[in-house]
Design a protein around this ligand. Structure first.
Ligand SMILES: *Cc1c(COP(=O)(O)O)cnc(C)c1O
Length: 325
């Protein structure tokens, strides 16, 4: 990847275009079954531009209650676009038409009307939970019938598709716009794409620029993403097998409650002690994990985590977490 970055052919993407970025955008559009795609410096900026394109000020965006758009985007929807987020709680991170339909609001003098439905697949806060194609198609049908735009936060769409053993387009093409990340499981230093209709993304270039996302020799970044599509994407399913092996080893040790993963994220719930103390103890043993709640830890696999790393990490976690059972 470093070599691909060094060798990248570049131009000025704010002025007359960067050839490597053009190539990535065309390739991603095709991979996702959309007309066009635009490269962004972050998934957050791409999600926010999608909301800005779809939502009218004063309207509502329906999200699952653990959604990235709700928790980790600095209230961007409200601050940037005058949109209100309407969280819907689910037991497992998976929105359904039965849960969404009752909260869709029509235009009326006393309501904030609904303009957008945003779905996250896989769902980070739900431990990488994967929504199946039929379930997503049912939400897409509901959105269409209700006059809502459907945005797919697919930071880990690659993982969802691999877990379901379908092409990324089988999921992505169901939505009006889809964001995918290169900086998560694909291991790039920077970047996401937003895919959608050509006309809409023409306006997207303007909103991206407004948010400071116009980039010049962006080919040094998109060369990394192209490399990742060739080398990291085809093997992304390995991360799921590794996550499962990690989860099963730690679960078998019996001290903590492990949520068996659909994809590359493992959540572990401590029965005693704090997540902060467990994180420190694991770090001392050489294993870095994230805190995801007072007693919840999160572990993520990506292509630089090897088989041997996983075997070591799982036995290390099983041993250290005995003190938190
Ligand atoms: C990481 C992430 C994003 C945002 O990506 P950044 O590049 O970190 O801004 C959006 N959605 C989900 C589900 C994510 O996990």
């Amino acid at each position: 990847m470093r070599r691909a970055i060094a060798d990248a052919e570049v131009g000025d993407d704010v002025l007359d275009g960067d050839p490597t970025t053009r190539r990535l955008e065309a390739r991603v559009a095709e991979l996702l079954g959309h007309e066009a795609a635009l490269f962004f410096p972050s998934g957050t900026q791409a999600n926010q531009v999608a909301l800005g394109l779809h939502g009218t000020p004063g309207s509502e965006v329906i999200v699952e209650s653990g959604a990235h758009i709700l928790h980790y985007e600095q209230s961007g929807a409200a601050v940037l676009w005058g949109l209100q987020l309407r969280p819907v709680s689910t037991p497992d991170g998976l929105l359904t038409p039965e849960l969404v339909e009752p909260v869709i609001r029509p235009k009326a003098p006393f309501y904030a009307p609904t303009s957008v439905l945003a779905v996250e697949n896989s769902h980070n806060a739900a431990g990488g939970r994967v929504m199946g194609r039929e379930a997503l198609a049912a939400l897409a049908d509901l959105a269409r019938a209700s006059g809502l735009a459907l945005h797919l936060d697919g930071a880990r769409l690659w993982n969802a598709a691999a877990a379901l053993q379908v092409e990324p387009a089988a999921l992505a093409a169901l939505a009006d716009t889809v964001m995918v990340s290169f900086s998560k499981g694909l291991g790039c230093p920077v970047g996401s794409c937003l895919a959608g209709p050509t006309d809409l993304l023409g306006e997207g270039i303007e909103l991206r620029r407004r948010l400071g996302g116009g980039m010049r020799q962006s080919g040094i970044l998109t060369a990394a993403a192209l490399w990742a599509l060739d080398h990291a994407l085809p093997r992304i399913g390995d991360d799921h097998a590794r996550a499962r092996r990690f989860a099963e080893t730690v679960a078998a040790a019996g001290a903590v409650d492990v949520i068996l993963p659909d994809s590359n994220i493992v959540m572990m719930d401590l029965r005693s002690g704090s997540a902060g103390a467990a994180r420190r103890a694991l770090a001392e043993a050489g294993l870095l994990v994230s805190i995801f709640g007072p007693r919840r830890l999160r572990v993520v696999m990506h292509w630089q985590v090897t088989e041997d790393d996983v075997a070591w990490a799982a036995t290390t976690a099983a041993r250290v977490l005995e003190d938190f059972g």
